[in-house]
Design a binder for this molecule. Structure first.
Ligand SMILES: Cc1ncc(COP(=O)(O)O)c(C=O)c1O
Length: 432
């Protein structure tokens, strides 16, 4: 029988994780992070802190894109999951279920305008993007999808083909006849793409994460909404990183004054404990659910255990206090980081929409140097994969000023170390 006991020492645990991951799971990723000086095997994790198995503490400003919005191992969510285990398991997707129905009702209630009241629950956000795309195709009878050239929507078939097609192309899974890209924020390009009158959906990553969270030009989304309506195209909002309160609104697109036809959420909906994602569909996009009970089927989509956790995660993420904290702490971080930028001109821009933040450097590859420098100072934050001049700065929803002060001081120490030439250097390509 295999030995399931944890390794006796931290170094043995680290070696076992690294060797096994390199051998069987992700050789290139292990090597890339080693080269970057970002060697981490996560041990203890609580709140917005992680510890390497060897005991080194890190403030977590990556949060897996918001998966840990409510903190690692949030005690309330753990209690919810443990309580659910007394009653539920995965459940059977064929039949009505109270946990799934209650989660769906709550998602519908907080959806933009309360109008996206058909819900498809999936195990991953990539799959929920697939569902949203297929729903738009079915509603319009059109095949083509437009997305931003700097967007990331996932790695499944359709989500992988949408947005930046680099990685789909490597697997010969890009679909250039069906998926069109336009530059983010460019209304003329959007207009030209939509003018073909054959576009099923305009899929937007509302503030593109992998491009470093650049904010859209003023008035962009209302005008895009108008153009979509004019051309009979559905608007799908990917809120996987920007939703669930991170911008200070429940959904970023609402904050820009727009109700989409469909919206995808994931990551934080899981509470970091049990995978759940969802496609929220409006009347037109969701009409197929009335006539086709098996148009989407997933054994694990909307598992009952996950639904119970997700319902509580949704509730905790959307309280007025959590939303107010996101707004307040976004401003607090921006103010503090802009003061740091004044003393360190290499940091040229602090992007902020609540807790959706990016730190842009003058050096086009500056974030590749800053990520390991931050790591040295006990901060885990990732560079933007499609724009290595930007560090993605993703504080948790419930952070407070003391935590922010500590983090901002560490940013300044990392900049000082880089300026003195003692900071780590890094080269390779990124991820999200
Ligand atoms: C904006 C965005 N959309 C979709 C996805 C895909 O989510 P998942 O990894 O759960 O399939 C991600 C994941 O990083 C994402 O950041």
């Amino acid at each position: 029988m295999a030995d399931y006991t944890p390794p006796a020492s931290a170094s043995a645990a680290k070696a076992r994780a690294l060797v096994g991951s390199h051998r069987h799971l992700m050789p290139n990723r292990v090597e890339t992070f080693e080269q970057l000086g970002l060697s981490l095997v996560i041990g203890r994790r609580e709140g917005y802190r992680l510890w390497d198995v060897d005991g080194r503490e890190l403030l977590d400003f990556h949060l897996n894109g918001g998966t840990f919005n409510l903190g690692h191992r949030n005690p309330d969510l753990i209690a919810t999951l443990v309580g659910a285990l007394d009653h539920y398991d995965i459940g059977n997707h064929h039949f009505p279920s109270a946990p799934r129905a209650e989660l769906a009702a709550d998602l519908a209630r907080v959806s933009p305008g309360g109008l996206l009241d058909r819900v498809v629950l999936t195990p991953s956000a990539s799959e929920a993007i697939d569902v949203a795309i297929k729903s738009a195709r079915r509603a319009t009878g059109r095949r083509r999808i437009v997305a931003f050239d700097c967007a990331y929507h996932g790695r499944s078939g359709l989500s992988g083909a949408a947005g930046n097609p680099r990685d789909a192309a490597a697997f010969l899974s890009d679909l250039p006849d069906e998926f069109v890209t336009v530059p983010y924020g460019d209304l003329d390009a959007a207009d030209a793409a939509l003018a073909r009158d054959d576009i099923a959906a305009f899929l937007v990553e509302v503030i593109p994460a992998t491009a470093g969270f650049a904010l859209p030009p003023a008035g962009y989304y209302p005008e895009l909404r108008r153009l979509c309506d004019e051309h009979g195209t559905l608007l799908i909002a990917d809120e996987v990183q920007t939703g669930l309160g991170r911008t200070g609104d429940v959904w970023a697109i609402e904050g820009f004054g727009v109700v989409p036809d469909a919206l995808v959420t994931g990551k934080g909906l899981s509470g970091g404990l049990y995978p759940v994602a969802a496609a929220l569909l409006g009347a037109r996009a969701g009409a197929w659910l009335d006539t086709d009970g098996w148009g989407y089927v997933s054994t694990f989509g909307g598992s009952e255990l996950g639904s119970v956790v997700a319902r509580r995660a949704l509730e905790l993420s959307t309280t007025p206090a959590a939303l107010a904290n996101a707004r307040h702490m976004g401003t607090y971080f921006r103010t503090g980081l802009e003061a740091v930028a004044e003393r360190h001109p290499g940091l040229v821009e602090v992007r902020e929409r609540g807790l959706v933040m990016g730190l842009r450097f003058a050096d086009p590859r500056g974030a590749l140097r800053m990520a390991p420098a931050l790591f040295e100072q006990g901060v885990w934050a990732m560079f933007a994969g499609f724009d290595p001049s930007v560090i993605q700065w993703k504080p948790g929803l419930l952070v407070d000023e003391a935590y922010a002060d500590d983090a901002i001081a560490r940013v300044e120490r990392a900049l000082v170390a880089l300026e003195s030439g003692s900071g780590a250097t890094a080269r390779p390509r990124g991820s999200r």
